[in-house]
Design a protein around this ligand. Structure first.
Ligand code: SIN
Length: 518
């Protein structure tokens, strides 16, 4: 079979390496192979590798962080198959940090055990990405860097190829199957820990092609990004090692909000920080890691220590200013537990996908694990019959809270709309569709988004294609956030602050059919 893999983070690289054992693989990435969210991951990969830990506890922690909203078969696949996939990474050359002959395991929020494998201290993502890039280059995979996926080709309801754009123009590549592994869309928000490539292109092409997206209202904001332009991530592992959050009076404030204090689930810590920042006039709170000592910090967190120094901050001597930033999208292209989407031949794995493993709030360091486990599973079923209704592997087949349809802003009239402005869109999303939402703000956002369209196709430069995707996805998140009138995990409504047990069902978003209004 001819397989096109889109994206070169951990999910895309693993999919390409595994698929290339039996298939002809084309790997497409819009920057260079190493530029992905994976590359910047610090904390590590959660998996059970210690005798003191159990898979059952990893499953329980994942379910509990997910706010009673995970799809259990997906969580089970994640935690049970995780240790084998870690062994694969070791075979591919990833050298996880050791303490004697055992792995040196870190602790992060909402984990009941230290189970986070890391490499190079806090440069885990770069170590994993480098090893996989080297591995994929040794396979027969055809690699297309600096190539953008404009759209998918669908014939008789089945994916048949991809429309690509590179420096020489547009191309069509035929495929028997397409694996989307293009990551998330941190660029929807003004403040994000994600790199500039994360413009949600995979979600947008899937939506335009007619695929179902799901759980888009659940977005995770990392509690601790350095309060500097670019929102450099300060890994949760720093709190896991004992650093505390303090306000500008030097007082800890998380203890009064959750029994796990600084290591409470991310949504709780992020909102706790936001509330404290409001009390102190918007000033960032501080992360105090001084008790950990210079020697330990430099060895365990070399990249964080170095970056802080570049901003004139000494992690070992003074508390550093931190603030929440958009980090990870739990929602994505709806898949079953083998990465199969609602379009036959189209798979989605990693952050672009949603199979229910993360529920409404992802457990720290489960994302790299999810990418390797489900890429592997998707490759396992390549060429097998496509299941239609399958509640045992696809949780949204058991019932939905709402099925929304949105139109593509690219179809809006040129004379009554203006071309979208990315910075304004990001600011609007941060202010109104961020950590805390209200109906009033969401309606105002809908109105502004509806006044925009992307640049006309014939006039698009590379960033304009990304802007078209961001506008489509901003619309989709806003509509999903309006439709969920409760608070749960990464979706917090100030006007509906409680969780409603009867709303533990997904909202799907798909494209309105072109003739739906006629
Ligand atoms: C972190 O190191 O805090 C981020 C890890 C993750 O997002 O899982």
């Amino acid at each position: 079979m001819k397989i096109v893999v889109i994206g070169s983070g951990i999910a895309g690289l693993v999919a390409a390496v595994e698929a290339s054992r039996n298939h002809d693989v084309v790997l497409v990435t819009k920057s260079n192979l190493a530029e992905s969210n994976t590359h910047y991951a610090q904390g590590g990969i959660a998996a059970v590798t210690s005798k003191n830990d159990t898979v059952a506890e990893h499953i329980a922690d994942t379910l509990s962080a997910g706010a009673n909203y995970c799809f259990e078969p997906a969580v089970e696949a994640l935690c049970i198959e995780g240790p084998n996939r870690i062994n694969d990474l070791i075979q591919f050359g990833v050298d996880f940090d050791k303490a004697g002959s055992d792995f040196a395991l870190g602790l992060e929020a909402a984990h009941s055990h230290a189970r986070i494998l890391h490499a190079g201290g806090d440069t885990t993502g770069a170590e994993v990405s480098n090893a996989l890039v080297e591995t994929v280059r040794k396979t027969a995979t055809h690699i297309h860097e600096h190539t953008f996926v404009v759209d998918l080709e669908i014939q008789s309801g089945v994916v048949t190829g991809v429309h690509l754009l590179d420096a020489s123009g547009k191309h069509f590549v035929e495929a028997d199957a397409v694996i989307l592994a293009s990551g998330g869309a941190g660029q929807l928000y003004r403040h994000t820990t994600n790199p500039s490539v994360t413009t949600g292109d995979g979600l947008a092409v899937a939506l335009r092609a007619g695929a179902e997206l799901i759980d888009l209202e659940f977005y995770q904001f990392h509690p601790t990004a350095l309060a500097v332009p670019g929102s450099f991530l300060i890994s949760e592992a720093v709190r896991g090692e004992g650093a505390n959050l303090i306000n500008n009076r030097g007082e800890r404030f998380m203890q009064k909000l959750h029994p796990l204090a600084e290591l409470a689930p991310r949504d709780i810590v992020a909102r706790g920080i936001q509330a404290e920042m409001m009390l102190q006039g918007g000033e960032p709170v501080l992360l105090d890691a001084t008790a950990l000592g210079a020697e330990f910090l430099e060895k365990r967190f070399p990249s964080i220590t170095k970056t802080c120094k570049a901003y004139g901050l000494d992690l070992a001597k003074t508390p550093i200013p931190v603030t929440p930033a958009a980090h990870y999208w739990m929602g994505g292209v709806a898949t079953d537990t083998y990465g199969r989407t609602s379009i036959p031949g189209l798979y989605a794995v990693g952050e672009v996908a949603c199979n229910g493993a993360h529920g409404a709030n992802r457990l720290a360091s489960n994302s790299l694990l999810e990418s390797i486990v489900f890429s592997h599973r998707a490759v396992e079923v390549l060429g097998k019959p496509w299941p239609s209704n399958a509640p045992e592997t696809r949780w949204h087949d058991s019932g939905r809270l709402a099925e929304l349809e949105i139109d593509d802003p690219a179809t809006r009239p040129l004379d009554t709309t203006e071309v979208v402005d990315r910075v304004e869109l990001q600011t609007l999303m941060w202010d109104n569709v961020g950590l805390a939402r209200t109906r009033k703000d969401l309606l105002a956002t809908r109105e502004r988004l509806n006044s925009w369209r992307p640049a006309a196709e014939g006039h698009r430069l590379f960033p304009d294609w990304e802007d078209a995707n961001l506008l489509l996805l901003a619309t989709a998140v806003t509509e999903a956030a309006l439709a969920r009138i409760e608070s749960r995990g990464g979706h917090y409504r100030l006007d509906y602050p409680t969780t409603q047990p009867n709303m533990a069902k997904p909202i799907t978003v798909s494209r309105k059919a072109a003739n739906a209004d006629h």
